[in-house]
Design a protein around this ligand. Structure first.
Ligand SMILES: NC(=O)c1ccc[n+]([C@@H]2O[C@H](COP(=O)([O-])OP(=O)(O)OC[C@H]3O[C@@H](n4cnc5c(N)ncnc54)[C@H](OP(=O)(O)O)[C@@H]3O)[C@@H](O)[C@H]2O)c1
Length: 373
């Protein structure tokens, strides 16, 4: 029997796209009361999730200024990835999902990163609605905080390293942005693949955590005064002068350029993201790429480098067949305890602005979570 008696809740709303994510957070975001979903108007295959944990991701921030490829339409509720408890289910939802079950929701099928009618239900809210096929039980041993940091990060790591990079046991992978959500996932996935990891970052404290998560070597790319520090010689020395086989570049800018000088001949360069140069597109959802990163063709040519673009979601839209095996592998790794999302920051919903700022400023190691209750 479904007798919903859902209490009123609260939700964050982005009222307009900002010039930058921080401007959107400061000037165009509000935390407002939320009526529970009207279950009488929902589809028979729908599920209402009482959200407990929502990931605060880099992409959530980028979406608030319309500088991400997937453009949200304000007003909307952010929170691509979330986890919680089933509060109501429609009459056509099978017995495998029950009221009270702990679940997480597939960000490609519901929430602001999805297309269609479920994109308005983001995780920075007391309730979200998703179709049953997007709702999954939390893998054994994962907390709700970890579950909402699973698919985006690990599917990205899998797509880049396995799908595009074809990383093999015994190879050496240079991971930039290793302390970030998708960076730490890449460290764990590389180790599962049998690769040696050289991880870079700007802070010794965060790099200590990266090492604890499995990186074989860590290299700081910033000195104590905050100035950029060359890493080419150190990376070369760590590979016996040979250079790395693969670069997983989530940082962009000058880091990308120097990386091309510490690879072996025939290396693969994975273009994963550009956290150091996020304003490639104009703000407020204006499109175009006036500030795009540029790579030198002379180095690419002379070193025989394969430069591989690695857009996890877009690639799936072009070839839906790649999703099922990728998702199955990530879920199997999670279920068997081989991967564990690292969550270093937890904020109350009231502090959503501070959580978003911390993520944008690069203060977070791995996952950042908003607790909704
Ligand atoms: N290919 C895909 O499908 C895909 C999917 C998701 C995300 N991405 C992209 O990948 C990038 C990283 O995403 P993420 O979720 O891992 O973000 P994140 O958790 O915020 O991590 C980014 C990391 O980059 C490093 N960084 C270097 N320079 C930075 C700067 N100037 N400002 C902020 N951080 C800087 C930081 O590490 P240190 O402080 O240790 O240096 C930080 O931990 C973003 O560009 C994102 O759009 C791509």
């Amino acid at each position: 029997m479904n007798e919903p008696a859902l209490d009123a809740g609260r939700q964050v709303i982005i009222t307009a796209l900002g010039e930058t994510p921080l401007e959107a957070v400061d000037a165009h975001s509000v935390l407002v009361p939320m009526e529970p979903p009207d279950t009488g108007s929902l589809a028979p295959h729908d599920v209402v999730v009482a959200v407990r944990s929502a990931a605060v991701g880099w992409v959530d921030l980028l979406m608030t200024s319309g500088q991400y490829q997937h453009l949200p339409v304000p007003p909307y509720t952010p929170g691509m990835e979330y986890a919680g408890v089933i509060a109501w289910k429609g009459p056509q939802v099978g017995a495998e999902l029950a009221v009270g079950d702990e679940v997480f929701v597939d960000p490609f099928l519901a929430g602001p990163r999805s297309l269609g009618e479920y994109r308005r239900w983001g995780g920075f809210a007391s309730y979200a609605v998703a179709p049953a096929h997007a709702v999954r039980h939390v893998p054994t041993g994962l907390s709700l905080d970890q579950a909402c940091n699973l698919l985006g990060s690990y599917e990205t790591a899998h797509h880049c390293l396995v799908g595009r990079g074809r990383v093999r046991a015994g190879e050496t992978v240079l991971i930039h942005g290793a302390s970030g959500a998708i960076g730490l996932a890449a460290v764990q996935v590389c180790k599962l693949l049998g690769a040696t990891v050289i991880a870079t970052g700007r802070s010794p404290e965060k790099l200590a955590r990266v090492a604890a998560e499995g990186a074989d070597h860590v290299v700081c790319v910033q000195d104590e005064d905050g100035a950029a520090r060359s890493f080419r010689d150190e990376v070369k020395a760590l590979t016996g002068g040979r250079g790395v086989d693969v670069v997983y570049d989530a940082v962009g800018g000058d880091i990308s350029l120097e990386s091309l000088r510490c690879v072996t001949f025939g290396a693969r360069f994975l273009v994963v993201g550009w956290a150091s140069t996020p304003f490639v597109a104009r703000g407020r959802g204006q499109r175009g790429a006036p500030n795009a990163n540029v790579l030198p063709t002379n180095l690419i040519m002379m070193k025989g480098i394969d430069v591989l673009g690695c857009p996890t979601a877009i690639a799936t839209a072009h070839d839906p067949a790649i999703r099922e095996p990728r998702l199955a592998q990530v879920l199997a790794w999670a279920e068997s305890g081989k991967i564990r999302p690292c969550v270093s920051r937890v904020y109350a919903l009231d502090d959503y602005r501070e959580a978003m700022r911390a993520r944008w400023r690069g203060e977070v190691t791995g996952g950042c979570v908003l607790r909704i209750l």
